[in-house]
Design a protein. Structure first.
Length: 239
């Protein structure tokens, strides 16, 4: 069946609140309680970068981090990898932001990207990133959900990197659960834990996947994922 109104996993997470309340009625209560369990791993980064440029800096930092991991390098070469990742980051962000090619990186931008990449490297080195990691896992689409790309899977933990200047939101949790539902249909890895990490404001949240689904929906992970799949496979007009 062809679907004319394709949406992204982020759109599902952010714009379909009534659906999420139906399948996970305890979600918002659970998430409010989780605020007390979010760890402060680092001090927030002070920045003068505009919101427009922060997205680019965030992507540049992630590109540098992933390339360092692929090459088996260490964080002593961060600056070189940040500078060498500019073209890749520009191509990626240009899909969402116009006129990015006219943006001129400043030395402060480079330093900020290095700090973000360094935090990612330090954290994931501590949890064994070199040994059992899938970088930018690609999840097949389903129904009206387009194919999606996550950030990384380390062991059996799916990490979503959020580097905005904000705390985590329930939509971030819903986005991760959508990835897990897509992974159940066409598995690329076993996922037993989910995590949100923000190197900019220094926050980390992790939780067992089955316990999370039970807490927000009173169902097993497989039952909740079936609900997500059923919803996106029903033809509808998305707003």
């Amino acid at each position: 069946m062809a679907y004319s109104n394709m949406i992204s996993e982020r759109q599902l997470a952010q714009k379909h609140s009534s659906f999420w309340r139906d399948i996970a009625p305890m979600g918002e209560t659970f998430w409010r309680a989780q605020h007390a369990h979010i760890l402060q791993k680092w001090e927030p980064i002070k920045t003068n970068a505009y919101r427009f440029s922060r997205a680019f800096i965030n992507e540049l930092a992630f590109v540098a981090f992933t390339n360092i991991v692929k090459a088996g390098e260490n964080n002593n070469v961060l600056k070189a990898y940040v500078e060498n990742g500019i073209e890749t980051a520009t191509a990626y962000i240009s899909r969402f932001q116009n006129n990015l090619n006219t943006y001129q990186l400043t030395e402060n931008d480079i330093l900020e990207a290095m700090t973000l990449a360094g935090r990612l490297y330090d954290y994931f080195s501590s949890v064994g990133v070199m040994n059992d990691t899938i970088l930018r896992p690609k999840f097949a689409g389903c129904g009206e959900i387009m194919a999606a790309e996550g950030d990384l899977i380390v062991g059996q933990t799916l990490y979503e990197i959020k580097a905005g200047n904000r705390p985590f939101r329930i939509s971030d949790l819903r986005q991760v659960l959508t990835y897990c539902a897509l992974n159940r249909l066409q598995p690329i890895s076993t996922i037993n834990e989910i995590a949100l990490l923000n190197p900019r404001v220094g926050l980390l949240w992790t939780y067992n996947l089955d316990m999370c689904c039970l807490s927000i929906a009173g169902k097993s992970a497989s039952e909740l994922f079936d609900d997500i799949v059923d919803y996106v496979c029903q033809p509808r007009n998305y707003l």
